[in-house]
Design a protein around this ligand. Structure first.
Ligand SMILES: NC(=O)c1ccc[n+]([C@@H]2O[C@H](COP(=O)([O-])OP(=O)(O)OC[C@H]3O[C@@H](n4cnc5c(N)ncnc54)[C@H](OP(=O)(O)O)[C@@H]3O)[C@@H](O)[C@H]2O)c1
Length: 287
């Protein structure tokens, strides 16, 4: 465990800490001596975080925050202001995947996806920025994805939300530079978390086999089952990158975790669209 000096100890708010990357990050940063507000949306998750925080002598504080509920965001940010007087970093990690063909995913499901993965990030960021701007310091760390650079079939809503998050983060980076607030994107490839079990599978939810997209859905499922484990990393690998984003004097603008996250963006920007489509067809074993 590395304990930072008092001046380098940070006050950090993290969303979506019930599992996966959020919990691994909260655990790593609290054990590194930072003060971490580890938040989750379900009361039972907050109770678990509370039990975990007991061993951390006040360095971890569990609280309830649903990124789609403005009152819960305001409550946690007000608490941080009250208890700490400042905030050094927000890690916008909460998110989930909406799967399904563009034609069939209901607009309500589309909206839910953007409410969490994009508007949730905007809502939390808007609440912490007044403090960060007046301090003239702070870091906004957005957990994006390799799919901010590539759109996969049957994952359109999720990929679109991460593309949008990338665009928002780029604008924010320039807007906040005069206030010495840095914006950092975290771009994981496949990571072994609850993400896959939590994916909202439109075709499964629909419960019938008559969709014209059934074959593509099955091809995508078997692709994930074949390939995910081969390249997936543990959530702590992402947590370590977030630790660099928090602690480095001069953090990178993007941290890419896993081999696919490193090579895919280059591939996408250099290959012609039709060749990319063919590669995706070939990977999915579609004729
Ligand atoms: N795993 C991957 O392969 C991968 C790859 C690239 C990027 N990512 C991104 O990494 C981030 C973390 O995902 P993960 O892989 O760690 O998956 P995970 O284990 O499913 O964790 C997602 C977290 O987000 C929370 N969440 C969902 N909706 C929320 C809301 N409205 N308000 C507050 N929290 C909410 C979940 O809470 P509940 O437990 O209550 O649902 C959970 O704590 C996501 O943004 C995801 O898009 C993941």
């Amino acid at each position: 465990m590395s304990n930072p000096s008092p001046s380098s100890k940070k006050v950090i708010l993290i969303t979506g800490c019930s599992s996966g990357i959020g919990f691994a990050t909260a655990d790593l940063l609290a054990n590194a001596g930072h003060t971490v507000y580890a938040t989750a949306r379900r009361t039972e998750s907050v109770a678990k975080l509370d039990a975990w925080s007991k061993a951390l002598s006040g360095r971890a504080i569990a609280d309830r925050l649903d990124v789609t509920e403005p009152a819960s965001i305001e409550g946690v940010v007000a608490r941080i202001k009250d208890e700490q007087g400042h905030i050094d970093c927000v890690v916008n990690n909460a998110g989930y995947g909406q799967a399904g063909p563009i034609e069939e995913v209901s607009l309500d499901a589309w909206r839910r996806q953007f409410e969490t993965n994009l508007f949730g990030v905007a809502a939390v960021t808007q609440k912490v920025l007044p403090m960060m701007r007046s301090q003239r310091s702070g870091r906004v760390v957005n957990v994006s994805s390799v799919v901010a650079h590539l759109s996969l079939p049957m994952m359109g809503p999720y990929c679109a939300s991460k593309h949008a998050l990338d665009a928002m983060s780029l604008a924010l980076r320039v807007e906040l530079a005069p206030f010495k607030v840095k914006v950092i994107m975290i771009e994981p490839g496949p990571i072994e978390t609850e993400f896959r079990p939590n994916v909202d599978h439109h075709l499964e939810a629909k419960g019938d086999d008559n969709s014209p997209y059934k074959r593509l859905g099955d091809a995508m499922d078997s692709y994930w089952n074949r390939s995910f484990g081969k390249t997936a990393a543990k959530p702590v690998a992402v947590a370590r990158a977030i630790q660099k984003a928090v602690e480095s004097k001069r953090p990178k603008t993007r941290y890419r975790i896993t081999a696919p996250a490193k090579f895919v963006p280059h591939l996408v920007s250099h290959l012609p669209d039709r060749l990319l489509d063919r590669i995706i067809h070939w990977q999915l074993k579609l004729k």
